[in-house]
Ligand binder design. Structure first.
Ligand code: ATP
Ligand code: MG
Length: 538
C-alpha cells in the first residue's frame, strides 16, 4: 500500500522548457509540467464528485498546454475546467499575458450563444470530400446522440438517414445549409430549377436531386410526413431556437482548426448555458466530431500535438439510455488509432466507473496515464485495487500458536506460525485506499513511454497547488463576457444571411471562415478582471 504522500514524478517540474512561447524567466520552474511522453498516450481522470478533477485539468493540464503553446481544445459541459483556466490566466500580470499572447490565443465559445454565435454549419467540406460524406455527418451524429432511433429502424433511423443524406447532398451542392431543408421538403416544386442545376452540375448528387424532382413530389401528405417525420423532428432541435439556428445554419464554420493549430490557440467550448438535454448532447457531439473529422483528415501530424480535454465525458456517452452506444465504439478507435497516430493529447475525465458501460471503461483504462481519485463504489474500488496494487503473498495478518503436548509440560506452544492475508483480503484492503482518498488526492500511474504502461503508481496531491486560490466567480464571469463579445458573429447577422440565402440562386459555397479577427493589440484579457480581483483581495 502506498504510504506517505510524496511528489510524483509525473507532476514534478521537469527540465522541459516552454517550447515556443515566451514565459517570463522567473516563472519557469514554478510551473508544473507533465512529460510529453506521458501525454501522447492520453490521460484518464476518474474521481468522485468534487474531488478536484476540473481544478486539475484547468489549473495544471490545460494551463501547461496553454503556456507551452500547445494548441488546446476544451469540451466542458459544466464550465468548471474553463473557469479554473480563465481564473489562472486572469491572475497573470498584463505583461505576462502579452508575453503569452493571451488576447489572440484564447478563444472562448459560449455554446448556448448569447448575442453572438460561433458557427458550426452542418455542411462543410474538408479537402476534396464528396457530397455524400458531407451529407452523412448530420445523421451519423444524430444516431450517436439518440440511440432510441436504432430501436425504430424502419420509419425512424432508416427514413432519417435516407432523407437526411439526400436532402443534405442537394443542399450542400447548392451551398445551402440544413436551415433550408424545411423549404425543400415542404415545397419541392419551388426547387425545380435548383434541382435541375444539381443534376447538370453535380453528377454525384444527381440521384438525390432526381428523387426530389420525380419521386418525392408524388408522395401524398401522409407518406411525406411518415418518411420525413424523424428527420424533421431532429432538425427542429435547433431550427426553432434562433441562436441554434444561427449556429448550425451559417455558411462557414467559425472555427478553423488549422488556424487554431497554427496560432497555438486555446479553444474553450462551454456548454454550461445550454440546458436542453438533447440539444446539449447534440452540440457536444457535433463539436467533438467536427474536431475529430479534421484530425482524421489531417492524418499523421507534422505540426505537433493538439491537446483535447473533455470534462464530464459521460455527457457524450450514452450508457444510461440503453446498450447500443455508438460513441463508445468510436471512442475506442479515437483513442487507439487516431489519438496516438495523429498526436492528440487526450485528457478524458468523469466521476464514477458505473456511469460508463464496461467497454467504455475498458477503453478509458487503456489510456497511458491514469489519474484515479476517490470512489464511493466498492466494485470500482476493488477493480482498481486488483489492477494497481500488487499482492504480497507473504503479508502477515497475525501469528497463530502451534500447540504441542507431552506428559511433563501438558499443552505448550511449540512455535508461532504466521497467517498470511488471503488474496481476496488484500484486494479488499487495497480497495479501501480508493474509498478513503481525500479532496485533491489522486493515485497516478504515469505512462512511461509509448507502449510501456507497466510503470508504478504514485500518490499525488494537488492540495498545495495554488493554495487558497479559488475561482472568483465575478472575475470568471467578466472574463467570459469579455471573450464572448470578441468571438463569432452576431446572431442577427447570421439569421439575415440565412433568410437572404433562399432568395438567391447561388448562395456562398462551402468553405472555411478566415480567422475571426483576433489581434494581439486588443486589450489584454482579464486586465479589468484582474484589477477587480486584486482590489477585492486587498
Ligand atoms: N472557494 C472555495 N473554497 C474552498 N474550497 C473550494 C472553493 N471552490 C471550490 N472548492 C473545492 O474544490 C472542489 C471542487 O473541485 P473541482 O470542481 O475540481 O471538482 P471535480 O472533481 O471537478 O467535481 P465534479 O465531479 O463535481 O465536477 C470542491 O470539492 C470544493 O471543496
Ligand atoms: Mg468537475
Amino acid at each position: 500500500m502506498p504510504g506517505r504522500f510524496r511528489p510524483p514524478s509525473a507532476l514534478q517540474p521537469t527540465a522541459s522548457r516552454p517550447s515556443a512561447l515566451v514565459v517570463p524567466r522567473e516563472r519557469v520552474g514554478r510551473y508544473l509540467f507533465l512529460p510529453d511522453r506521458a501525454r501522447n498516450m492520453g490521460i484518464h481522470l476518474m474521481a468522485g464528485r468534487g474531488s478536484g478533477k476540473s481544478r486539475l485539468m484547468g489549473r495544471v493540464i490545460g494551463w501547461q498546454d496553454f503556456v507551452r503553446g500547445v494548441p488546446l481544445v476544451v469540451f466542458d459541459p459544466m464550465g468548471a475546467t474553463i473557469d479554473a483556466l480563465l481564473d489562472k490566466i486572469a491572475r497573470l500580470s498584463p505583461s505576462d499575458q502579452r508575453a503569452l499572447r493571451v488576447p489572440s490565443r484564447l478563444r472562448y465559445v459560449d455554446m448556448a450563444g448569447g448575442g453572438r454565435v460561433v458557427p458550426f454549419p452542418l455542411y462543410y467540406r474538408l479537402g476534396d470530400e464528396s457530397l455524400y460524406e458531407i451529407a452523412r455527418r448530420f445523421p451519423d451524429v444524430v444516431r450517436k446522440v439518440d440511440p432510441q432511433l436504432e430501436r425504430a429502424p424502419i420509419l425512424g433511423l432508416n427514413a432519417l438517414v435516407e432523407i437526411a443524406t439526400k436532402a443534405g447532398m442537394v443542399l450542400a451542392a447548392l451551398g445551402y445549409q440544413i436551415t433550408e431543408a424545411d423549404d425543400l421538403l415542404a415545397h419541392p416544386e419551388l426547387w425545380e430549377a435548383r434541382l435541375r442545376r444539381v443534376v447538370a452540375d453535380y453528377p454525384e448528387a444527381a440521384p438525390a436531386a432526381r428523387f426530389f424532382l420525380n419521386d418525392y413530389p408524388s408522395w401524398g401528405a401522409g407518406e411525406r410526413s411518415r418518411q420525413t417525420g424523424a428527420f424533421s423532428a431532429k432538425v427542429e432541435l435547433f431550427g426553432l431556437d434562433p441562436r441554434a439556428r444561427a449556429m448550425f445554419g451559417a455558411s462557414v464554420p467559425g472555427i478553423d482548426w488549422a488556424e487554431v493549430i497554427a496560432r497555438r490557440q486555446a479553444v474553450l467550448l462551454d456548454f454550461r448555458h445550454e440546458h436542453g438535454l438533447e440539444r446539449r448532447r447534440f452540440k457536444m457531439m457535433w463539436a467533438f466530431s467536427y474536431l475529430f473529422e479534421f484530425i482524421k483528415h489531417r492524418g499523421r501530424a507534422r505540426s505537433g500535438p493538439v491537446s483535447v480535454i473533455v470534462d464530464e465525458l459521460t455527457e457524450l456517452t450514452n450508457f444510461e439510455a440503453m446498450g447500443v452506444d455508438l460513441f463508445a465504439k468510436e471512442l475506442d478507435a479515437l483513442i487507439n488509432v487516431y489519438a496516438r497516430n495523429c498526436m492528440v493529447w487526450l485528457t478524458l475525465a468523469h466521476q464514477e466507473a458505473f456511469q460508463c458501460d464496461e467497454r467504455t471503461i475498458h477503453t478509458l483504462m487503456s489510456l497511458g496515464t491514469q489519474v484515479l481519485g476517490v470512489t464511493t463504489d466498492m466494485d470500482a474500488a476493488l477493480a482498481l485495487a486488483k489492477q494497481y496494487f500488487a499482492i504480497d503473498p507473504l503479508r502477515v495478518k497475525r501469528h497463530e500458536n502451534v500447540w504441542g503436548h507431552d506428559m511433563w509440560r501438558g499443552d505448550y506452544v511449540i512455535e508461532q506460525r504466521p497467517v498470511e492475508f488471503t488474496v481476496e483480503e488484500q484486494h479488499y484492503l487495497s480497495a479501501e485506499y480508493f474509498k478513503r482518498l481525500g479532496l485533491f488526492e489522486f493515485l497516478v500511474r504515469p505512462a512511461l513511454r509509448e507502449g510501456d504502461i507497466t510503470g508504478r503508481v504514485y500518490p499525488v496531491s494537488i492540495k498545495n497547488l495554488d493554495r487558497g486560490q479559488w475561482v472568483d466567480e465575478a472575475v470568471a464571469a467578466e472574463a467570459r463576457g469579455a471573450l464572448s463579445t470578441r468571438a463569432g458573429v452576431p446572431v442577427a447577422a447570421v439569421l439575415s444571411e440565412i433568410a437572404a440565402r433562399l432568395s438567391t440562386t447561388t448562395p456562398r459555397s462551402l468553405g472555411i471562415l478566415e480567422g475571426d479577427g483576433h489581434a494581439d493589440d486588443t486589450p489584454v484579457f482579464g486586465e479589468r478582471a484582474t484589477a477587480a480581483a486584486r482590489a477585492r483581495r486587498r
